[in-house]
Design a protein around this ligand. Structure first.
Ligand SMILES: *Cc1c(COP(=O)(O)O)cnc(C)c1O
Length: 351
């Protein structure tokens, strides 16, 4: 039986016999070949989708949270706290519930998707909406943590990065080798940091013979790394990456440079197109932030960035059901008809 990322990768993680393992059996997510998408994009790239929305709370945050909360329990922390655009709070509150400790989450008022808010609430977190954006919530959480006995479980917590690097191990295991390229969204930049660390460790352990090229994508209205300066008022429909001053900024730049990749941005329009495209061509429903992977991939294909016959893994960070309002807003509403066989058959085009 799959036992979650800590048991599976124990020797590569900062845990010992004294660490109580708090797990929801996260990880082991699908790596789907996406040939419909390749045909649609008229590319011979072998595209794979790493569907992290299939984690227990619906995002990759669970990989890091199992380690962060396990270590918090090991160190007898009574409370974990985070600032969140949604998914960190969903994950922290679920793992804290399982560990029987308290969780506090600070979210930007009115700016997180409904599915994520419902998760934090149902798991019993103390949810505080901050009058401000994510960056304001993050700053105040850091200040609280320095004054009170709280463990912060944002990705500046190194145990989060440790857990999340297992995504790279898993991809290499599933593929049987290292992919040529990886595309992913960049928000607070913890995940690109974690993947790059994971690939380098796997290379160091001689599990793979090379490293991938890392390609990270921010949303155009929230692209501090691309612009090279803090964005005071980030704007994007992709709320999970609506961040103006990423905590792991330098590490993300490093991952791009060391791997000979890049950090670029995609517009909300491109994100929404990719969001629909993925759902329609591959049956994979992700939240808008995750679709920035595919939007970025598409942008680079159009620029003839990729040599022939390469493989690329797109990290799909969160599940589409997190933000159902967005899907409904983007697609035409269903037609309303009477329960009449003739009328319905005509509408379907059967008669
Ligand atoms: C957290 C999150 C991101 C951004 O990840 P970072 O580590 O902050 O760069 C992207 N997509 C989803 C769905 C997320 O929850």
């Amino acid at each position: 039986m799959w036992q979650g990322v800590i048991e599976t990768y124990r020797e590569y993680l900062p845990v010992s016999d004294r660490t109580p393992v708090v797990t929801l059996q996260e990880g082991d997510t699908p790596l789907l070949p996406a040939s419909n998408l390749s045909s649609f994009l008229k590319t011979d790239l072998k595209i794979y989708l790493k569907y992290e929305g299939a984690n227990p709370t619906g995002s990759f945050k669970d990989r890091g949270m199992t380690v962060a909360v396990s270590k918090a329990v090991e160190h007898k922390a009574p409370v974990v706290i985070c600032a969140s655009t949604g998914n960190t709070s969903a994950s922290a509150s679920a793992y804290a519930a399982r560990a029987k400790i308290k969780s506090v989450v600070l979210i930007p008022e009115g700016a997180i998707a409904l599915g994520k808010l419902s998760q934090a609430l149902i798991h019993g977190a103390k949810v505080i909406a901050i009058k401000g954006n994510f960056d304001d919530a993050f700053t105040v959480t850091k200040k609280l943590t320095s004054r009170f006995d709280l463990v912060m479980v944002n990705s500046i917590n190194p145990f989060r990065i440790e857990g999340q690097k297992t995504g790279a191990f898993e991809i290499c295991g599933q593929l049987g080798h290292c992919p040529d390229y990886q595309v992913m969204p960049v928000g607070n930049a913890g995940n690109i940091t974690a993947y790059w660390k994971g690939y380098k460790e796997w290379y160091g352990a001689k599990k793979i013979k090379k490293l991938p090229v890392m390609l990270g994508f921010q949303a155009e209205g929230a692209a501090p790394i691309v612009l090279g300066k803090v964005v005071e008022k980030p704007k994007t429909i992709a709320t999970a990456i609506k961040i103006g001053n990423p905590a792991s900024w330098e590490k993300a730049v490093e991952a791009g440079q060391e791997s000979k990749g890049l950090i670029d941005s995609v517009s909300d329009k491109e994100i929404i197109e990719a969001y629909k495209l993925l759902a329609e061509t591959e049956g994979v429903f992700v939240e808008p932030a995750s679709a920035s992977s595919i939007a970025g991939l598409r942008k680079l294909i159009k620029k003839n960035y990729f040599p022939r016959g390469k493989s690329v893994v797109a990290i799909l960070t969160g599940h589409g059901l997190k933000d159902p309002d967005r899907a409904i807003a983007e697609i035409a509403k269903p037609v309303v008809l009477p329960p009449d066989i003739e009328v319905i058959a005509k509408e379907i085009g059967l008669s």
